[in-house]
Design a protein around this ligand. Structure first.
Ligand SMILES: NC(=O)c1ccc[n+]([C@@H]2O[C@H](COP(=O)([O-])OP(=O)(O)OC[C@H]3O[C@@H](n4cnc5c(N)ncnc54)[C@H](O)[C@@H]3O)[C@@H](O)[C@H]2O)c1
Length: 379
């Protein structure tokens, strides 16, 4: 495989590489790792790529890799660049016959997301969208329990993603990650809602299996001089009539990355948070709360397939990321061998979730500006 972005000093590219290497199924052999040619070359050397497979622009890389003999050529490409450099490399990679892993939000606009889906459908290739948190085993357990009706018809969803790292005007102090995330030209029309609200939205739809059909949003720019929302709350209506609340903030001082979800049905409720990722609380109307743990014999095949260690050995963010890649790779491999992927392998976010995420961004920003109480969720 090859990587686009993720050079020296980049954040998420290195996390992707750890996740990819976790199961020993893939070699990372090529890359155009930075927008800066010198850093692209130095970063490729850091990873011991052959000199001829260190590229300073992704177009040349995709051209040259596509022209290689089949046994030498890459099978897929991971795109870990800022949001405005997602669509073009993804389309080109698919056109050259490569599967694609891409970080969220999938594209810069909803229109691009739809074009990307059309290209995925046309080529029959596979796309992984790295919504990290739905790779956790106990999130998969929660989804299966809801699906099997264990807590009854879903009535209420609370999902939140509080961060504090943008509590100050960090974009004014040479912090690359803060700079592009707060710049509408590179991040898109949303700030916190695009960056982490999309994760919360994806988690709510994934765990419940429901679709948001209406929303009402309050978006705020709290830090002076900032150009995009850094805080917000959204009321949700789901397609089964359930209601929900989604909160995303990057100015919640002192908060780290404790994404959390609570889902309540007619018979009971589920609660999960990243700071205690191997635990799922299952609440009941008529008996004490139960504590489900990852790696045990009683969890679903989906949860156990996504654990690597026996119960009690902490697995976290990196393993959740690894699960996304493992399922993507198992699926791609099965398809390449003409085999049918197992249902557990196919359980990773893809282009459909990418479209929902981009629709969330466009709807939430429009709802934030609107004086109407409810806005239909338009895709
Ligand atoms: N899934 C998650 O949990 C998660 C977490 C963080 C970031 N992300 C997403 O990952 C993406 C990258 O975020 P980041 O924080 O790592 O950003 P970053 O600024 O740390 O890194 C971006 C990298 O892309 C490179 N780049 C930019 N333009 C390029 C081009 N034309 N060709 C090659 N390389 C290019 C930069 O040089 C840099 O190496 C974003 O879309 C972000 O939303 C996802």
């Amino acid at each position: 495989m090859a990587m686009i972005g993720g050079g020296r000093n980049a954040f998420i590219g290195a996390v992707h590489r750890i996740a990819i290497n976790m199961d020993g199924q893939v070699d990372i052999v090529a890359g155009s790792l930075s927008s800066n040619p010198e850093i692209a070359i130095a970063s490729g050397q850091d990873l011991f790529f052959d000199e001829e497979r260190i590229y300073t622009d992704y177009k040349t890389m995709l051209e040259k890799e596509a022209a290689m003999p089949k046994d030498k050529r890459i099978d897929f490409v991971s795109i870990v660049t800022p949001n405005f450099v997602h669509f073009d490399p993804a389309i080109m990679a698919l056109e050259k016959g490569f599967h694609v892993a891409i970080d969220k939000p999938m594209t810069f606009t909803l229109e691009e997301a739809k074009k990307l889906k059309a290209k995925v459908d046309e080529t029959g290739l596979t796309l992984l969208l790295t919504h990290t948190y739905t790779g956790y085993p106990m999130i998969k357990q929660a989804r299966q329990m809801v699906k099997n009706g264990v807590i009854g018809k879903i009535r209420k969803v609370y999902v939140e993603y509080p961060q504090g790292w943008l509590s100050n005007f960090l974009e004014g102090s040479n912090n690359k990650q803060a700079e592009w995330r707060t710049d509408p030209k590179r991040s898109g029309i949303a700030g916190a809602m695009g960056d982490i609200g999309t994760h919360a939205f994806n988690m709510a739809e994934y765990v419940t299996g429901l679709k948001v059909s209406k929303l009402c949003a309050d978006l705020n720019v709290v830090v002076d001089g900032r150009l995009l929302d850094d805080d917000g709350a959204v009321l949700l209506k789901f397609d089964n009539g359930a209601s929900g609340v989604l909160m995303a903030s990057q100015i919640a001082a002192g908060e780290e990355n404790c994404i959390k979800i609570r889902v309540y049905g007619e018979k009971g409720g589920l609660e999960w948070k990243q700071e205690d990722a191997n635990t799922l609380l299952v609440r009941w109307l008529d008996k004490p709360t139960e504590i489900y743990r990852a790696g045990t014999g009683y969890v679903s095949s989906y949860a156990s397939h996504n654990s690597r260690t026996p119960a009690g050995h902490p697995e976290g963010y990196l393993e959740a990321f690894g699960n996304l890649y493992r399922n993507f790779i198992l699926t791609v491999r099965a398809k390449m061998n003409g085999e049918k992927p197992k249902d557990e392998w196919l359980d990773f976010p893809g282009v459909e979730e990418g479209i929902r995420g981009m629709a969330f961004i466009e709807n939430v920003v429009a709802a934030g500006k609107s004086n109407e109480k409810w806005r239909e969720f338009v895709v």
